[in-house]
Structures are given as structure tokens and as C-alpha cells.
Write a protein that binds this ligand. Structure first.
Ligand SMILES: Nc1ncnc2c1ncn2[C@@H]1O[C@H](COP(=O)(O)OP(=O)(O)OP(=O)(O)O)[C@@H](O)[C@H]1O
Length: 279
């Protein structure tokens, strides 16, 4: 505890990691999902999170944003401690500094796209209604949706458009960190590639830190700076080159299997951009 605080105090804020986990333990009854898990996410990086089914990727994201309180360990998000009962002031301070795109998009089906994007603004409060609408239109443009998407309901959009709307909502409050849970799941390869490109473009232009759970090896190759592999209740982090050389059997199988070979052989993201589902 003291060591962690001293570590952080010694670092200039811009050098401090965006996210820092130490000794995190998550368990549900007798099932231990994470134990002694340490992780640093650097500011401005795209970190991919992979791991076998049920290894706790979604639980990890939920823990970082405070939706899941760990049984043990410390978590800091943008210098703020994430802990149970940290009070409304602390919660409000963090609100808007991160955005989350849930696995299934999780848009409110009874609200239009613009209303969905305005929902976090309403919750935060203090933004005049007309300005909220203007801001929603800006976000809609930012994620490459046409202006007429604003008044559509989620059910009236294609899967790819719903993903973009969901991303627009995650960006509603101009966050510094964005969490994406399986953002390209359910998209065809070209749609997925275009969505990867969008994430990369936004990350660069908005200087975002992105943490992305994905099963999509193409996404890992195309846009991730580093990859965190959930293994044995902890994470092993490295660049693609480092992980390819890692002898752990699961990593070997994952990064040397037929799907991995196909991903490595696919042309680079920039080469693939320009086709497909962008509305
Ligand atoms: N609220 C909860 N109550 C009880 N068990 C839970 C809860 N949330 C998650 N779990 C369990 O924790 C484990 C990790 O779940 P999690 O959803 O994080 O896995 P995952 O790595 O994201 O899996 P997948 O790749 O299949 O989506 C699973 O065994 C799951 O059943």
C-alpha cells in the first residue's frame, strides 16, 4: 500500500499509468477468478485483453470501473482509487473520465440514438438540453454515423451502426479512457476491420487510452500496442512479438494456431480500410 502510493507520488502525472491494479482478487463463492493480479495500463495505449472463456475478462473490466468490488487488492483509475463506498463526490469526479462500451452494445431500446448518447450527459447534469443535443450530433459524426441516425431507435440500425452508436455513447462525456468489451463481435470481417480503424483513428485523434477485450485476432494484430493475456488467474502482458515468443502452452496455442497465422498474413489495417459497411 505504502509502496504503491510512493511509486505514484514519485511519477509525474503524465508518466503515471492510466490504470494500475495490484494484488487484485475476485471470487464468486468458492470460484476464484483473479488472484494476485497486477496490471499497469499506459496512458495513450491500446491494450487488448484476451484469455479463454470464463477466465475473467469482463470481470476485469467491471472491476476497473468499480462495478465489481474485488475481495482484495488495489485499483487506481486515472489516479483515483476505486473502492467500495468511495462516496458520491469521488464517483462524480471519475464520471465522464472513462467510457464503457458493453459487450452487446447495451443501448436503451426505447430511446433514439441521440437520446442514448445524451443519457450520460443527463446523469452527469449541468449541461443545457440544446447543448446536449448538439454534442450528441457531434459524437454521431465522430463515429461515422449519418446525421439521420440521431432520431433512429437501435432496432432500426444495422449491427455495425449499433456498435458505432454504442461507441458514441461511450464517448459522450469526452473520456480519457475507453473500455470496449468485444467491440467487433458479430460483425463481418470487413465491418470488423472498419470498426478497428475507427477505434484506432479515435484513439489517435482524441489521445485515448483504450482497453479492449476481444477474441478477434485481426483486431489484436491491427490496433493493439500491447496485449494482456488472462492466465492462471493473473495477466501476462506483452507486445505481440513478446507473446509470440512466450512458451506458455495456452499462449503458444493461441498465437500460433491456424487463426493466428491467418491474422498475421492478412494485409495491414490501413490496406484493408475503405471497403465495407461504413454508412
Ligand atoms: N456476477 C457474477 N456472479 C457469479 N459468477 C460470476 C459473475 N460474473 C462473472 N462470474 C463468473 O466469473 C467467471 C468469469 O466471467 P467473465 O464474464 O469475466 O468471463 P470472460 O473471460 O469474459 O468469458 P467469455 O470470454 O466467455 O465472455 C465466469 O466463470 C463467470 O461465470
Amino acid at each position: 500500500m505504502a509502496a504503491l502510493t510512493e511509486d505514484i507520488a514519485a511519477m509525474a502525472p503524465e508518466d503515471a499509468p492510466a490504470i494500475r491494479l495490484r494484488g487484485v482478487r475476485n471470487q464468486f463463492g468458492a470460484q476464484v477468478v483473479h488472484d494476485g493480479l497486477d496490471l499497469d495500463v499506459r496512458r495513450g495505449e491500446v491494450l487488448g485483453v484476451v484469455g479463454g472463456s470464463g477466465t475473467g475478462k469482463s470481470v476485469l473490466l467491471r472491476t476497473i470501473i468499480g462495478l465489481q468490488i474485488p475481495a482484495a487488492g488495489e485499483i487506481e483509475l486515472l489516479g483515483e482509487k476505486i473502492e467500495a463506498g468511495r462516496g458520491e463526490m469521488a464517483t462524480r469526479k471519475l464520471q465522464g473520465r472513462f467510457g464503457m462500451m458493453f459487450q452487446d452494445g447495451a443501448l436503451f431500446s426505447s430511446l433514439t440514438v441521440a437520446q442514448n448518447i445524451m443519457a450520460p450527459m443527463r446523469e452527469k447534469g449541468g449541461i443545457p438540453k440544446a447543448l446536449m443535443h448538439e454534442l450528441a450530433l457531434l459524437k454521431i459524426n465522430l463515429v461515422g454515423l449519418p446525421p439521420n441516425a440521431a432520431d433512429k431507435f437501435p432496432s432500426q440500425l444495422s449491427g455495425g451502426m449499433r456498435k458505432r452508436a454504442s461507441l458514441a455513447r461511450a464517448l459522450a462525456l469526452d473520456p480519457q479512457v475507453v473500455f470496449l468489451d468485444e467491440p467487433t463481435a458479430g460483425l463481418d470481417p470487413i465491418g470488423a476491420s472498419n470498426f478497428d480503424m475507427l477505434i484506432r483513428d479515435l484513439q489517435r485523434s482524441l489521445n485515448l487510452t483504450v482497453v479492449m477485450v476481444t477474441h478477434d485476432l485481426d483486431s489484436l494484430v491491427a490496433i493493439c500496442d500491447r496485449i494482456a493475456v488472462l492466465l492462471d488467474k493473473k495477466v501476462t502482458v506483452g507486445t505481440m512479438a513478446e507473446l509470440v515468443a512466450n512458451p506458455h502452452p495456452w499462449i503458444q496455442e493461441y498465437f500460433h494456431g491456424p487463426r493466428a497465422r491467418a491474422a498475421f498474413e492478412t494485409p495491414g489495417l490501413e490496406d484493408r480500410h475503405g471497403e465495407g459497411d461504413v454508412p
